[in-house]
Design a protein around this ligand. Structure first.
Ligand code: M6R
Length: 366
């Protein structure tokens, strides 16, 4: 049942190229230029009327939502908030009939996300669920549903759910931009071409596994690690850090690279592992100077950078290269080495990878 892999998590990491491809299937027009979402039944004019979007989720799905916020804002210029469902449900969010609420939940059964979804519906807010489980509570209760076609995710640590949620969110951002005739719609055909290449690129990223395994082994006796990045690299860092904590039980923190000097730099000491994500071209120089700040304190820096980046090796101790795509779509590929890192660190520490302590796959209680 694990298809020859030692753990479900590793199997699911390797299923990502197919899961991304399945999530794209049927959602791109034949000429490759338009997003097709036959499943969306927005009332007449609603796509144009939306003036605010709230994204709600927990854990990994929340991290996907952070990338979704960036994508939707970039392509549609609609303001988007992305919040943790257990926070959102206990405050008094500002919504109107032109608000769209997007609930992201792999299982479709997370109690806090469902509570937030129900609360929004009671207030008359239209709810779109992005979920992986057909027939789940979220799928049944939302006004609209976009399914991620990741297939069953067994391991508690979420992997292919995240990359398919990202795929669905990029598609939705593109669809909404096209429906509204937003300026960002002009970028959608190129994004769709790039998304169709993503499964093949993800296969290439999976080839980094041996290098990551070696690094994880060397380094698995440490107790602390930092993940740093700027822009979308920071959002992916959040996911890398959660994954490492969840299954390796190492303490990890994700930090926006520019924020380190406001306190956290005090924790950067000799040999502490810092994983630096460097895929955001516009922020390249800024990130490099933040890496220099941690190198000046003798941290050990593993960078995740584009293939073809020959400069980065001069600043850091080790580099993992991933195929070059647009910075906008980088999260889909950048997360994969971080999933592998958490996986191999967990294995090296002798943990029960698929069933980490204190955690359940689906959190159906508050
Ligand atoms: O099923 P959901 O997407 O609603 O689950 C949300 C979180 O519980 C989940 O993503 C959790 O953070 C994962 N175990 C992380 O790997």
């Amino acid at each position: 049942e694990k298809g020859g892999y030692d753990h479900f998590m590793l199997k699911e990491i390797h299923e990502q190229p197919k899961a991304i491809s399945d999530t794209l299937t049927g959602r791109i027009s034949e000429d490759g230029t338009k997003v097709v979402f036959d499943e969306l039944n927005f009332p007449e004019g609603f796509a144009k009327d939306i003036d605010r979007i709230h994204i709600l989720a927990c854990g990994t799905s929340w991290h996907a939502g952070m990338v979704g916020k960036y994508a939707i804002e970039k392509l549609t210029r609609i303001p988007v908030d992305c919040e943790i469902a257990s926070e959102y449900r206990y405050r008094d969010p500002i919504v109107s009939k032109n608000t769209l609420l997007i609930a992201i939940t792999q299982s479709g059964e997370t109690a806090d996300t469902l509570a937030a979804l129900r609360q929004a519906k009671e207030q008359g807010t239209r709810v779109l669920a992005i979920t992986n489980v057909v027939g789940s509570s979220a799928a049944r209760e939302a006004d609209d549903v976009i399914f991620t076609w990741a297939g069953p995710e067994i391991s508690v640590a979420s992997t292919k759910a995240y990359t398919t949620q990202l795929t669905a969110l990029y598609l939705f951002a593109g669809w909404l931009a096209q429906e509204r005739g937003a300026a960002g719609a002009a970028e959608v055909p190129a994004m769709l071409t790039a998304l169709r290449d993503m499964p093949a690129h993800a296969e290439t990223v999976l080839e980094t596994a041996p290098a990551i395994q070696a690094f994880a082994k060397d380094w698995s006796s440490r107790e602390h690690a930092f993940f740093i990045g700027r822009g979308l690299d920071y959002e992916v860092s959040l996911e890398g850090s959660l994954k490492l904590k969840e299954i390796s039980y190492m303490h990890a923190e994700a930090y926006p690279a520019g924020e380190l000097k406001h306190g956290t730099l005090a924790l950067i000491v000799e040999d502490i592992p810092v994983i630096a994500l460097v895929t955001q071209d516009d922020l390249y120089e800024k990130t490099i100077s933040n890496i220099q700040e941690v190198k000046a304190r003798d941290a050990f820096v593993l960078a995740l950078a584009w293939s073809g980046d020959t400069e980065i090796g001069k600043t850091v101790d080790q580099v993992i290269h991933i195929p070059k795509v647009s910075a906008f779509l980088a999260p889909i590929l950048a997360v994969i080495p971080l999933q592998l890192l958490a996986y191999y660190a967990s294995v090296a520490r002798g943990n029960d990878v698929d069933n980490p302590r204190n955690l359940a796959k689906s959190v159906t209680v508050e």
